[in-house]
Ligand binder design. Structure first.
Ligand SMILES: [Zn+2]
Length: 168
């Protein structure tokens, strides 16, 4: 995890160095996000394309996914009647073990001022649904340097022995 953290910071430094914003980087990562979904959910995508049932072992079967016009896996959901935008009703399904999902979780965590896992997950779920996303968000918060710094507990320090003239 420490290795990934250092990679992320190198990535951030590189972006600053060449003047690319995180948003631009995320846009370019979207292409990777799509290939991630194909890599992780290829069986589900091919089943949906041929109008077959998903395997019972599929981790996204309970989400009742469908493929939209852009070949993105989205949740059918139960909020069709709610007054929400399309993305909130039908969030895009992303695999947890994908660098794009990790970057998204980190960005949302930073965007809302380093709030806890629940708040980060709420923001993330406005557009994306990551199965077992809470674990991912917790992992990203655990390696967040700013959170580590502010949540660090003060070290215990043992008092030294008093000198003889202060005892009597
Ligand atoms: Zn943080």
């Amino acid at each position: 995890m420490a290795k990934w953290s250092s990679t992320y910071f190198r990535f951030g430094t590189l972006l600053r160095g060449i003047g690319i914003s995180f948003q631009c980087a995320c846009n370019s990562y979207r292409a990777e996000g799509i290939s991630c979904r194909h890599k992780f959910y290829s069986a589900e995508i091919s089943a949906l394309r041929s109008n077959k049932q998903l395997r019972n072992s599929s981790e996204i079967k309970s989400l009742v996914p469908y493929l939209d016009e852009g070949c993105l896996l989205r949740i059918t959901g139960r909020l069709l009647e709610a007054e929400l935008c399309f993305g909130e009703k039908h969030p895009i399904i992303l695999p947890r073990r994908c660098k794009f999902a990790e970057l998204l979780a980190t960005r949302e965590h930073e965007r809302i001022g380093h709030c806890d896992a629940s708040a980060t997950l709420t923001q993330l779920r406005k557009k994306y649904w990551i199965p077992k996303g809470r674990q991912l968000v917790k992992t990203m918060i655990r390696i967040c340097v700013i959170c580590k710094k502010y949540n660090a507990e003060p070290a215990d320090q043992l008092s030294g022995q008093l000198p003889r003239d202060r005892i009597s």
